[in-house]
Design a protein around this ligand. Sequence first.
Ligand code: MN
Length: 364
Amino acid sequence: MDIDRRSLLGASAALASASAAGAARIGTRPRIRRIATEEAFATPEQLDALRAITRSNWNNEDANFWRGILSNPDDERPAPLLDIGEGRLRDMDANGVDMQLLSLTSPGVQMFDADTGAAIATSSNDRLAAAIARHPDRFAGLAAIAPQDPKRAVKELERAIGGLKLNGIIINSHTNGEYLDQERYWPILEAAEAMNAAIYIHPRTLPETAIGPYRDYNLWTAMWGYAAETGLHGMRLLTSGVLDRFPKLKIVLGHMGEGIPYWVYRIDHMYAVTSRRLPVKLKMKPSEYLLRNFMITTSGMNHLPAFDYCMRVLGADNIMWAIDYPYQASAEAVTFMDAASISDGHRAKVYHGNAERVFHIAPA
Ligand code: MN
């Protein structure tokens, strides 16, 4: 009986110590810091300005998306977007998410006129900096800028990175059908490179000149159209020569690279075949810029075969974990990354190490 009692006591002591360590260990693996890198928020000023657009008769799919949300008082999407405090932290705590890198939800400020866009970028960056100051170990954030006026965008970039100490820049793909490789936007690329601020190119719908065939079957949405648009933006940066002009620029693409990693062989092959007709010659192959200047994130792509492929093509130093909160569920993104068949060292890079390096986040 004594022996039984002793082993019972021993077992319960082991249980108690296992549960004390439970916060730090999952199974036999150490608990790795999780920084989610494409997490959306909204501000009241942004939603008010979007609401004004939705009251117009502008038949634009970004406007239609927000028309659907903002015209319905029962729509549940604005509340978690507007919450950059307790409700968001509760979701993070429930899913073991240590930090969210926040960014103003798509299409950010890029549908507004230049003055409105610049004003909302400024107020958003101030609100973001205040939220980070309240919870510096839980939130980091990307600065919104309004490319409509590149000169003012540079001023805001310098204020947000240099003054507010935000962690990088968010740009929601095209601005009025124009892309960052175009010369009028070079001052933004130059400033981002000089301040070592990565530019996260987030999706929005295709410009009105291109969206026609995508309007059928909801193809303009995140099902396909967002990747077609944002992948095109990435390809323009890769092939235009701007990465020879700004060799230290860091570009981040979500959604496992918006399709580009899958195409690298054909991109290099066909670039070599067709580039003699181009006015600008690249110093390297497109895939070499992809490895040198680009990072990708796993946002909204909780798919292990695609992740395994990207690890082979891009490597563990170039991929960061993301959820796409609140549009996608934190639990699924955590389960996916915990299940990936990679070493703990690689998992640590994808979950937090790369984000700390690229976005200047202090290690825990
Ligand atoms: Mn997103």
